[in-house]
Unconditional design. Structure first.
Length: 488
């Protein structure tokens, strides 16, 4: 039967709920905004509260006989060529943990690209899975990690034939993509599943000029954040399943173990509507975004000292296999400032919010929501930034180690280090000790230090100098990084 992508089951059921005039004697307690604080209603508007109903016993009946969510998930699966899709309102941070737990258990090995997001590390801590790290491809000139190659995964599988599966991040927050088809083939030759953390790739299925996406490349589980590059609300995430290596009931069971029993219908509705939008107009909207991004690149390249990084810079031998141009990564080092300074200046002086920031770059993400007006403001603000840069205070240097010195040896499982006996020691005494915490420059959220890794002086200098320059380290036990949590 052909799927009808003009339908949006969650949105339609929500409209029916309002038309019916149902009177609920059940949560949520604001009772369709009537009980909400007037000051809150003035800021949020009543539409937020009107969309906030129970998923079962509200949107659907108590036994979900209307199959509202199930029908929405089936349409999403059809849209991306998956066999099964599951919605979650807990973000891809939950989805990726559920995927990991469906593939491996405590003390079982899982191959993981070391450029994984902190949510993957949280999954290791919670599960006790043994990480077998696969090194990213390092661009030493730009101090940037790209996803590991298929050959690296092949070699890792040869070293660890007992691995229960593999996990790769593609695209990265910088837009760099792996050769997912080749990695999937390497895994499937050994009958092990491939998980793709595709949190930044929700838009990829909807235009041929974008990199290929996980389900079409043969991955078994794909995790996608609808809110990052799509039109969904924050925390909207889906995980897709294909093939016979992971039973769908097992994946759902693992997700139920972690997820909320009070999901947000608002977030469900955002995901449902976004899928319909993309299936009806996705090629047109994504094509417009790509054309817009190309024009922004040309304009940025005309600004002395700024360079927009993309396919020309990131693809090649030892680098990424493909690149999504929409993250809009801009190198500001040529105007003598850091990405942290650039982001702060743009917010304070031009009301422009950049996303990704590091010691030399900012991310100016372009989506289908942008147009000539919004990107025009961005370009004008960047021109102003370039003019203002010589007058900004000199930022402390960030001491970024060479790739080989940036990697730390894994001394014990992340779970054992995180939950084991630990103490706080002065940072000057921490080199040689085993970390008992995660320390993550955010965004993009890739940990520099994991629990169980042996600390070294170069990495500690990198973090301390980065903090002094404006790096955000939100998960460090000591926000000043004067002390580090280590195992006893």
């Amino acid at each position: 039967m052909t799927a009808d992508h003009t339908r949006a089951p969650v949105l339609e059921a929500l409209a029916d709920y309002h038309r019916s005039g149902r009177l609920a004697f059940a949560p949520p307690g604001h009772k369709q905004a009537r009980g909400a604080d007037p000051a809150v209603r003035a800021v949020l508007g009543d539409a937020v509260f009107l969309g906030d109903v129970l998923a079962s016993g509200g949107l659907d009946d108590r036994l979900t006989r209307g199959r509202v969510l199930e029908r929405a998930e089936e349409l999403m699966a059809d849209a991306v060529h998956a066999d099964h899709t599951f919605f979650t309102t807990c973000g891809s941070s939950l989805s990726v943990k559920a995927a990991m737990l469906a593939v491996a258990g405590p003390h079982e090995p899982l191959l993981i690209g070391r450029d994984a997001h902190k949510s993957v590390v949280s999954g290791l801590i919670l599960s006790g899975i043994e990480p077998v790290w696969v090194e990213p491809r390092w661009d030493a000139e730009r101090h940037l990690a790209h996803p590991p190659s298929a050959e690296q995964f092949e070699k890792a599988l040869e070293r660890r034939p007992d691995a229960k599966g593999a996990l790769v991040t593609s695209p990265t927050p910088y837009g760099a993509c792996a050769d997912l088809r080749a990695i999937a083939e390497a895994c499937h030759r050994r009958r092990v599943p491939l998980i793709v953390d595709e949190a930044w790739g929700a838009h990829l299925p909807f235009h041929p000029d974008l990199p290929s996406w996980a389900m079409d490349a043969g991955a078994d589980i794909c995790v996608t954040s609808i809110h990052k590059m799509g039109s969904g609300l924050e925390q909207g995430s889906v995980f897709h399943l294909r093939g016979d290596l992971v039973p769908p009931e097992l994946l759902k069971m693992r997700a139920d173990l972690l997820g909320t029993t009070s999901p947000s219908v608002l977030i469900y509705a955002g995901m449902d509507g976004w899928r319909r939008q993309m299936m009806l107009r996705g090629r047109e909207l994504m094509g417009g975004a790509l054309e817009l991004a190309a024009r922004v690149r040309e304009a940025v390249e005309d600004i002395d000292g700024l360079r927009m990084e993309g396919r020309e810079e990131y693809r090649g031998p030892g680098l990424a296999d493909d690149v999504d141009p929409l993250p809009g990564v801009i190198d500001v080092s040529g105007i003598g400032i850091t990405g942290y300074q650039a982001a702060d200046w743009l917010r304070e002086h031009r009301e422009i919010e950049a996303h990704l920031t590091d010691h030399r770059r900012i991310g100016a993400q372009i989506t289908h929501a942008d147009d000539e007006a919004t990107t025009g403001e961005l370009v004008m603000a960047l021109k102003d930034l370039a003019r203002a840069a010589p007058g900004l205070p000199a930022a402390p240097d960030v001491e970024v180690p060479e790739p080989a010195r940036l990697r730390l040896a894994q001394a014990c499982l992340p779970r054992d280090a995180f939950f084991g006996p630990a103490e706080q020691v002065p940072v000057k005494e921490a080199a040689g000790r085993v970390a008992a915490e995660m320390i993550t420059p955010y965004p993009p959220g890739i940990p520099a230090v994991l629990p169980g890794e042996r600390l070294t002086e170069p990495v500690l200098r990198y973090l301390r100098s980065g903090l002094a320059a404006g790096m955000n380290l939100p998960d460090a036990a000591d926000p000043s990084l004067e002390h580090i949590r280590v195992t006893k």
